[in-house]
Write a protein that binds this ligand. Sequence first.
Ligand code: ADP
Ligand code: ADP
Length: 223
Amino acid sequence: NTVMRFEHVSKRYGENTLAVDDFDLGVGDGEFVSIVGPSGCGKSTLLKLIMGLEPLTGGSLEYHAHAPSVSAMTGMVFQQPLLLPWHTVLDNVLVPSTLQSRSRRRTDRGRALELISMLGLTDFTESYPYQLSGGMQQRVGIARALLHDPRILLMDEPFGALDAMTRDQLTMDLLTIWERDRKTVLFITHSISEAVLLSDRVVVMTPRPGRIADVVGIDLPRP
Ligand code: ADP
Ligand code: ADP
């Protein structure tokens, strides 16, 4: 069953830029889909459309998941973890909890500690971002995105700012995490090797804006 479906989606910025052109994609429940393509092909625009940060110009984008809002349904990991420097690791993971009720905040705290442990950060629970390596900071970003157990995890070049060794380590960790709870993931990357390692399906966007290339829909066997 499909969680999210793009049909003939297009997105134009102003008169001249057609960032996404007639994009079709169905993302299945629990599927890990990577979107690969050169810069400027419209990958980030797709995520903005999903998050409702930009309106579609044409076509439709449907969610088949029950949630009060898009923000409750999705968790987002950015290339830069965007941590608050004056907050500890725990408080950074708890940022999405800020506006919740007191009882919800208490539950969230337990969940945050669980995620911190799952991501191997227990010893750094009370540390500040400047005390962490880039890879550890990005783990905090992943924990924060998972706090409210979103149906869909959106990742925009999450390892793009990291060195090669940290990237490989985090890619393996992400695979382990994914195998634990089979969340639906939409993963944007420049790296074909990351995409192939992690994904059920790799969607290749070509420089022609928003067009899925012929190589789309490779179904990858899991080892
Ligand atoms: P499903 O309908 O099974 O969820 P998709 O929506 O991903 O599958 O689309 C089915 C297949 O159609 C894709 O795997 C891809 O091969 C092809 N396809 C979808 N959109 C395009 C496009 N814009 N250009 C070329 N091929 C496409
Ligand atoms: P990618 O993430 O694949 O690098 P983007 O989605 O960021 O691609 O951009 C797709 C195209 O849309 C590019 O030509 C980019 O310059 C253009 N674009 C992106 N955001 C805006 C914007 N806010 N206003 C105008 N043009 C934009």
